[in-house]
Design a protein around this ligand. Structure first.
Ligand SMILES: Cc1ncc(COP(=O)(O)O)c(C=O)c1O
Length: 441
């Protein structure tokens, strides 16, 4: 087991052969702890690396480029009419309130509406246990701040959501990456690890994770709940994509499975309106046990006082108008078509040179070339061919798998999927010297 363990702190860097920007999202220069260049910022910044996905964005803007790199919600699927109407409805009764400071916990009416939404997901949560956050990304930051001391261990799936790794690195946690397969994170591995090391928290994206696209099986969710009850390890369940199920049947959330068990006080559930309504509004939420709720609200006060009042009221008006359910149906139909188009184009043009399992939802296809193919080299050829993707190495907290790549289908129609796959095949031939070797699953 020891040899399989991949204990490492920090985030794997992306070995891109490209001249990438050298600034962090906040505009600061990346941290360098080397004695040759004295580092004047807080040392914790040295543990955080710029997101490879953001770095790649500038290439996606090049004329004629087909981007499979983004992973953003499709702008053509925004319900702009519904959002306009909701904005007007949010302002009509009390415009001043929408522009005024609000409560740290969130707008009372919206918290009630979120509680109802959660009921449809099988989660019984009282409105006063729901903390409205500025996107679920803030939920991750808050979870890290209130739970993790420097040096605490947090377990993450291989591969993992990059900005969660950033949040945990900023909290100076030790990030240990756990193997996973088509059933999701390997909970037997976690059991063995936890029996020998203290673990503060396990982070999972149970539905169609970013980038892996996998669904954590019911049996493993139950096993995680039992583990949390037994050991006191916290479970951070990050579920921004659950409503975007495109095939198969829903699986009960960890939050629902933990209800009424000793694990209930150890589970945090995070979700968001970003993928189902609009990411620009920056509204998400957390469901927290009471003691943690207090702490997280306190931390949020210090960070941003409260989430945007106007955004919250707009979303409240949108939900009150009953527009979310029909919009979700539109989103699912469109994303299903886009997923299927990319899957069949890849099969047609790359055949066995690319391996993947079809995700049951979300926006991502996690794929791999034959082991000897370096996706970063293919990316270089792909830029010349006019297609862009994210090399998978960026998503590993340790021991990156260089033959992997994340492809997003959210903004790709059938015609672009076809051209994108043809260009990817061309790039692979250029960089990999042919497509003779089949990729293993
Ligand atoms: C797994 C996961 N968690 C959290 C987030 C953050 O989403 P937001 O802050 O927009 O709600 C994302 C965004 O891509 C994500 O993929």
């Amino acid at each position: 087991m020891d040899t399989a363990r991949t204990l490492e702190t920090g985030i794997a860097s992306l070995p891109l052969p490209l001249p990438l920007p050298t600034t962090l999202a906040n505009g600061a220069a990346p941290a360098s702890p080397s004695p040759a260049s004295p580092f004047h910022f807080a040392t914790r910044m040295a543990r955080v690396q710029s997101s490879a996905v953001r770095d790649l964005l500038k290439y996606s803007k090049m004329p004629g480029m087909i981007s499979l790199a983004g992973g953003i919600p499709a702008p053509d699927l925004f319900d702009t009419e519904g959002l306009h109407e909701a904005l007007a409805a949010a302002l009509a009764p009390d415009a001043a309130g929408a522009f005024q400071y609000g409560l740290t916990e969130g707008e009372a009416a919206l918290r009630e509406q979120i509680a109802q939404l959660l009921q449809q997901r099988g989660i019984e949560a009282a409105a006063d246990g729901i903390l409205v956050t500025s996107g679920s990304q803030q939920g991750l930051d808050l979870a890290a701040r209130v739970l993790l001391n420097p040096g605490d261990t947090v377990l993450v799936e291989r591969p993992s959501y990059l900005a969660a790794l950033q949040a945990f690195a900023l909290a100076e946690a030790d990030i240990v990456s756990v193997p996973s397969d088509e059933q999701g994170i390997d909970v037997d591995w976690i059991e063995a690890y936890v029996s020998r090391h203290p673990v503060k928290a396990v982070y999972v994206v149970p539905n169609f994770g970013n980038p892996g696209g996998r669904t954590l099986s019911l049996a493993r969710r139950q096993q995680l709940v039992r583990l949390a009850a037994r050991t006191g390890t916290y479970l951070i369940e990050d579920d921004p994509y659950g409503e975007l199920r495109l095939s198969g049947s829903p699986v009960a959330s960890i939050q629902a499975l933990a209800a009424g068990t000793p694990a209930q006080g150890r589970t945090l559930y995070l979700s968001s309106f970003s993928k189902i309504l609009s990411p620009g509004l920056r509204v998400g939420w957390m469901v927290l046990p009471p003691a943690l709720f207090e702490q997280a609200a306190l931390a949020k006060q210090a960070i941003d006082l409260h989430s945007c009042s106007l955004s919250q009221r707009l979303i409240g008006a949108y939900l009150a108008a009953g527009r979310l359910a029909p919009r979700l149906a539109v989103l699912r139909d469109a994303y299903r078509q886009r997923r299927d188009a990319l899957v069949s184009a890849l099969r047609r043009h790359l055949g066995t040179a690319i391996a993947f399992h079809e995700p049951e939802g979300g926006m991502f296809l996690w794929t791999r070339f034959a082991p000897e193919v370096d996706a970063a080299r293919v990316l270089k050829a792909a830029l010349d061919a006019g297609v862009i993707f994210v090399p998978g190495a960026a998503f590993f907290a340790a021991a990156p798998e260089h033959n992997t790549l994340r492809l997003s289908y959210s903004t790709i129609d059938e015609a672009r999927a076809e051209v994108g796959a043809i260009r990817l095949a061309k790039a692979l031939r250029h960089a990999g010297g042919g497509m003779l070797h089949a990729a293993a699953d």
